[in-house]
Design a protein around this ligand. Structure first.
Ligand SMILES: Nc1ncnc2c1ncn2[C@@H]1O[C@H](COP(=O)(O)OP(=O)(O)OP(=O)(O)O)[C@@H](O)[C@H]1O
Ligand SMILES: [Mg+2]
Length: 312
């Protein structure tokens, strides 16, 4: 079942187009990473999904409810943690969540139960009576997450949940998101590619307001240019080896990267999906030249990101 269906979402601010014709779907249970450079349109897209920002054109639905025709139902199915969590500094954690719960229309006994649950899920128990302005950034993020979780929404939309945190806090929040994903569909935006590789099963890459790719990390890296790269270091004649390697079919180009310590480091670029290590090693050893290193490049999401968002 699709948790989110976005169709031709479009947003302009005056003459500037922030999001162009964004169409994508997100299935129930997925953890989706929105990736893109600063100003790409991630926050704008998220705000349109939450109903905080009306699209200039296009439509979207959350859990089957259209964000324009059925905004209240749609919102009831999602929890949103904005980019800069606006917390009330002079409230205690418990008071703030109580206030937020009532704003969301939660009432009666379930206010207490729900606050207890989100405090528990987000590890806020030791801080429940603390004033928000005395909390560290990591705990403030947890309060933002707890807020998003009130009402137990099917979908969590988290805008840069780990922004500004130290590596330990990042790991804690990441673990928390991973745990939450057992019961919630999650969309998060981030600049940390490694983070997406670790927790997301789908990636949506946005650049200059356009969706460039939407797929699993494995599918995105498979057909990349970087997927056909092999690095070799050997000692011996350079020109012979370079021309013999270049004569080999899947090889497109051989680049000499370094020869400064007497060993030649070559980067062999071949068709994506091919592995030239065996043949390259055979060519070099046939001349009796020693090899000290041979390595097939495993493309990362960083390679995907660079390839999709490069300006040249
Ligand atoms: N209210 C607004 N009025 C005018 N322009 C806006 C407004 N909101 C966003 N923009 C512009 O739209 C573009 C996309 O902004 P958005 O905040 O969606 O980017 P982002 O991908 O979230 O970036 P970041 O990684 O920096 O958070 C930017 O160029 C931004 O300046
Ligand atoms: Mg943003």
């Amino acid at each position: 079942m699709s948790m989110v269906i976005a169709e031709h979402l479009h947003k302009t601010f005056g003459r500037f187009t922030a999001v162009k014709d964004a169409t994508f779907t997100i299935d129930k249970g997925e953890i989706v990473g929105f990736l893109g450079p600063n100003g790409a349109g991630k926050t704008t897209t998220m705000k349109m999904l939450t109903g905080y920002l009306p699209p200039t054109a296009g439509s979207a639905s959350i859990a089957g409810y259209d964000i324009l025709d059925n905004p209240l139902e749609a919102r009831r199915h999602l929890g949103y943690m904005p980019e800069n969590v606006p917390l009330y500094d002079d409230m205690r954690v418990y008071e703030y969540l109580d206030y937020r719960a009532r704003l969301k229309g939660i009432c009666g006994k379930s206010v207490r139960t729900q606050i207890g649950e989100v405090i528990d899920k987000c590890g806020l128990e030791p801080k429940r009576k603390n004033l928000i302005n005395t909390l560290s950034k990591g705990y403030r993020q947890r309060v933002g997450l707890a807020d998003a979780l009130l009402g137990n929404p099917d979908l969590l939309i988290l805008d840069e949940p780990t922004n500004g945190l130290d590596p330990n806090q990042i790991r804690q929040i990441r673990e928390l998101i991973r745990a939450l994903s057992e019961n919630h569909t999650v969309i998060l935006s981030t600049h940390i590619l490694h983070e997406v590789e670790m927790i997301c099963n789908k990636v949506i890459i946005i650049d200059q307001g356009e969706i460039k790719a939407a797929d699993t990390p494995a599918n995105l890296t498979r057909n990349l240019r970087a997927a056909g790269r092999v690095t070799i270091e050997y000692k011996g004649d350079l020109n012979t080896i370079v021309s013999e390697l270049e004569a080999f079919e899947p090889v497109k180009k051989v680049i000499v990267e370094d020869s400064s310590d007497g060993w030649n480091r070559l980067m062999v670029r071949a068709e994506p999906g091919t592995d030239t290590r065996e043949k390259a090693a055979a060519i070099i050893t046939a001349h009796g030249f020693p090899i000290r290193h041979i390595y097939r490049h495993i493309p990362s999401l960083e390679d995907v990101f660079v390839e999709m968002t490069r300006r040249d």
